[in-house]
Ligand binder design. Structure first.
Ligand code: NAD
Length: 285
């Protein structure tokens, strides 16, 4: 189902420069519904980053942008920024406004989900990287998005703005070897709820989605890592995971993209402060 009221909306989707990633799928879905898109990614390796599975280069983001333009005819621009740096995140929001004149939708999708390991072997650098991208970066983006949205008028039957953060099932339940990731995603849901309460009177809705496993580039690395940690093959690991999911399969990028499109639509104008599971029933609270 397409949401007609997404036509012309300006959407920034962070961490959307990776082919096959959740962010690219969310951007494509919003573009299909007529939104104007700012693709964003880090663009280069920096600090405790693992380039093979963690970071989209500028060339990859440009490629994703062209694929979305070709598939949807949407207006798509790109911007590289480090979510750990407030000035860069503010410049990303500024780029959206300079390019398209406004900002209606922020999707906080950029995330680091690969600095896993035994809790007692976590280092300050790894902890800071995960928390600074997954939580502090979302704070920066929400803050600068809202500063812009506050200047804009309320649109009938839609509101003034939408913020959707891609949290995770890890925002609802803990798991071994993922302490910093789980902490960052639980924090993101707390941030979502508080920012939703504070900005409800402005008609800016603030929600999160909580996908379970999706085999993106990051998800594929997680499969390798977690299966090895359990002494399983990747197939055995995935089969066990499917066995825990009532709908019988792992997530697909479109499942999360569809949930984001709904939350950005006018149909969701009375929904705020939610952390919506997109998990085939694996997570129910
Ligand atoms: N794949 C899954 O199973 C899964 C499940 C639940 C939630 N998630 C979440 O969904 C989001 C997208 O994950 P994905 O699986 O598509 O992985 P992905 O690695 O393809 O996407 C994450 C993006 O964030 C970008 N990024 C990382 N550090 C950055 C920084 N400092 N500044 C700017 N950008 C940065 C990366 O370059 C990458 O493009 C993440 O927040 C992840 O935690 C993923």
């Amino acid at each position: 189902m397409a949401y007609a009221d997404l036509k012309g909306k300006v959407a920034v989707i962070t961490g959307s420069g990776r082919k096959g990633g959740l962010g690219a799928a969310i951007a494509k879905r919003l573009a299909q519904d007529g939104a104007r898109i700012v693709l964003h990614d880090l663009g280069q390796t920096k600090g405790a980053m693992a380039p093979a599975h963690g970071v989209a280069a500028v060339a990859e983001m440009d490629h994703v942008a062209q694929e979305i333009r070709d598939a949807t005819k949407a207006d798509v621009t790109t911007f590289a920024a480090d979510m750990r740096e407030e000035a860069e995140v503010a410049a990303m929001i500024g780029h959206a406004v300079k390019t398209f004149g406004r900002l209606d939708i922020l999707i906080n999708n950029a995330g680091v989900g690969y600095l896993f390991g035994k809790f007692t072997e976590q280092t300050q650098e790894k902890w800071d990287t995960v928390l600074n991208v997954n939580l502090r970066g979302c704070f920066f983006a929400m803050k600068h998005a809202i500063i812009q949205m506050e200047k804009q008028d309320i649109q009938d039957n839609w509101g003034r703005g939408r913020i959707v953060s891609v949290a995770s099932r890890a925002a609802k339940s803990g798991s071994a070897l993922t302490s910093s990731y789980v902490a960052s995603k639980h924090g993101l849901v707390g941030l979502t709820r508080s920012v939703a309460i504070e900005h409800g009177p402005l008609q800016i809705t603030v929600n999160a989605v909580c996908p379970n496993h999706v085999t993106t580039g990051l998800g594929s690395w997680q499969n390798d890592y977690m299966s090895a940690a359990r002494g399983q093959t990747v197939d055995e690991y995935l089969a066990a995971m499917r066995g825990r999911i009532p709908l019988g399969r792992v997530g697909e990028v479109e499942d999360t993209a569809n949930a984001c499109a709904f939350l950005c639509s006018g149909d969701a104008r009375y929904i705020t402060g939610e952390a919506m599971n997109v998990s085939g029933g694996e997570e129910m609270h």
